[in-house]
Design a protein around this ligand. Structure first.
Ligand code: C2E
Ligand code: MG
Ligand code: MG
Ligand code: MG
Length: 293
């Protein structure tokens, strides 16, 4: 090592990098193990129509109940498995869980859709459409359009032609619905909007967060809402945290919202009790009436 790391030489390897690598390998091992021993959970966050107060959907969001590190959010572990077999395995687990929850909701009488985030690597993997179809076939009494796939439109989406084909198959053959997630953050939103033929556009929370103070973000939210209307797509605002955000969105014409201001993501066993107790605040509905009259 002395020789290789001498003056004007690069080290062959950095002991610190190696340590990092060992930690990563350990984590990957833990994730694989965790999948087998059921340490992952889906949380659910409601989607609400702000004019009627109706809950029309829930987004499934993965968490890792780690044996020693507590409840971990996706950012702590999803990047590690990006573009790997493990990501596909986890994606399939998520779909299975979400469909079970969908059945639970429907048996309880709630006609609510569930959306699932799909990694682009998973979406483009072999037999994706066939696998989803096989899963849906296990729930013959649930109309397939209650399942929604949320696709993030980033450069990572890759070959737009190939992806368009997969999404078309999901929509046209399977009848599942498709949403463009984090809309506006990818580098060619408009192309995607046109070609992917998605049912729903989710306006990224970064635009919503600052729209009250930042005229440019306001303009983006306003513009995307108008665009969605023109293209006949449903539009949802993500990250709606306050009454002020909600009212501003209604003035713009965006009725659908998801965010801490309505409900935080909750564990699956809290979903039915939450739905049973939920009702839109009468004061809110009165304010909306006034605003829109
Ligand atoms: P996303 O799909 O855009 O999900 C929205 C994220 O915003 C969630 O973070 C949610 O908890 C958070 N959020 C919701 N309302 C608010 C709000 O009012 N304020 C703030 N500050 N945040 C809010 P989470 O659960 O940490 O997920 C982060 C990302 O990880 C997701 O972004 C999605 O891209 C990815 N992800 C989550 N679950 C899965 C999964 O099962 N599979 C895949 N492939 N990706 C997932
Ligand atoms: Mg999402
Ligand atoms: Mg999003
Ligand atoms: Mg996001």
């Amino acid at each position: 090592q002395a020789k290789l790391s001498g003056r004007n030489h690069y080290q062959l390897f950095n002991p610190a990098d190696n340590q990092l690598n060992i930690e990563k390998q350990q984590l990957l091992h833990d994730i694989r193990q965790g999948l087998q021993s059921n340490e992952f959970r889906l949380f659910y966050q409601p989607k609400v129509n702000m004019t009627t107060g109706e809950v029309f959907g829930m987004e499934a969001l993965i968490r890792w109940q780690h044996p020693t590190r507590g409840l971990l959010t996706p950012l702590k572990f999803l990047p590690l498995i990006a573009d790997s077999e493990l990501e596909i395995e986890m994606g399939q687990w998520v779909l299975q869980q979400a469909l079970q929850q969908l059945q639970l909701l429907h048996h309880a009488g709630y006609r609510i859709s569930i959306s699932v985030n799909i990694a682009s690597y998973h979406l483009q993997s072999a037999y994706f459409v066939e696998t989803v179809e096989a899963m849906l076939n296990q729930y013959p009494d649930i109309s397939t359009d209650y399942l929604q796939l949320e696709i993030v439109e980033t450069s990572a989406l890759g070959d737009i032609g190939a992806i368009t084909k997969i999404i078309r198959k999901c929509r046209d053959s399977l009848g599942v619905s498709v949403a463009l997630d984090d809309f506006g953050t990818g580098y060619s939103s408009l192309t995607h909007l046109r070609h992917l033929n998605a049912d729903t556009i989710k306006i990224d929370q970064s635009f919503i967060r600052d729209m009250l103070d930042d005229p440019q973000d306001y303009t983006i939210v306003d513009g995307v809402t108008g665009l969605a209307e023109a293209f006949n797509r449903q539009v949802i605002a993500e990250g709606v945290e306050s009454v002020e955000h909600g009212l501003m969105l209604l003035l713009i014409g965006c009725e659908n919202a998801q965010g801490y201001g309505i409900a935080k993501p909750m564990p699956s066993d809290e979903v039915l009790p939450w739905l049973a107790h939920y009702h839109a605040d009468p004061q809110w509905l009165a304010a909306v009436d006034l605003l829109l009259s």
